[in-house]
Design a protein around this ligand. Structure first.
Ligand code: FEO
Length: 168
């Protein structure tokens, strides 16, 4: 059972996850054309992960008696000046997502909706991981600069494949 306010807030986050997915897909496109296939692959895997996040909200809203409603998704930027800049933008974006998930958890607490609180637990842990992963890549990109190290890092990042968690 969801209050209208909660249903709206969960829908808002579902659509934000789709927007997040579009940012990463757009980054994938940009780095693919710039000759960095590994970063493009990493971004594509992140796109898939964000769509998985969106689908968790979609399924939960409907299961909880609400109505998952798809909204207008803003166009993401389509070009970034460097891999470092893109990952810095990604880190800032993920920090914003964390704040949004925390605000949702606050609302669940206010409404004493424990079921929503439990649903959000997974996202609270997930955001710690997302920020940590992207923050690590920002650090590595700062270390390697634009030289040959970037191509080695690109190869490394290209090994990423998104596998949906089995417990989801
Ligand atoms: Fe769905 Fe990257 O948070």
């Amino acid at each position: 059972m969801l209050s209208q306010k909660m249903e709206n807030a969960l829908n808002d986050q579902m659509n934000w996850e789709i927007y997040s997915a579009h940012i990463y897909l757009s980054m994938s496109s940009d780095f693919s054309r710039k000759g960095l296939p590994g970063i493009a692959q990493w971004m594509l895997a992140q796109y898939q992960e964000e769509m998985f996040h969106a689908m968790r909200f979609f399924n939960y809203i409907n299961e909880a008696g609400g109505h998952a409603k798809l909204g207008v998704i803003d166009a993401p930027p389509y070009e970034w000046e460097s891999p470092l800049k893109a990952f810095e933008v990604a880190l800032e974006h993920e920090q914003g997502v964390t704040s949004r998930i925390n605000a949702l958890a606050d609302l669940a607490m206010e409404e004493r909706n424990h079921a929503v609180g439990i649903f959000l637990q997974w996202f609270i842990s997930e955001q710690v991981e997302e920020e940590d992963t992207v923050g690590d890549i920002v650090g590595k990109l700062k270390m390697v600069g634009d030289g040959g190290g970037l191509f080695m890092l690109d190869r490394d990042l290209g090994t990423r494949v998104f596998t949906p968690p089995t417990t989801a």
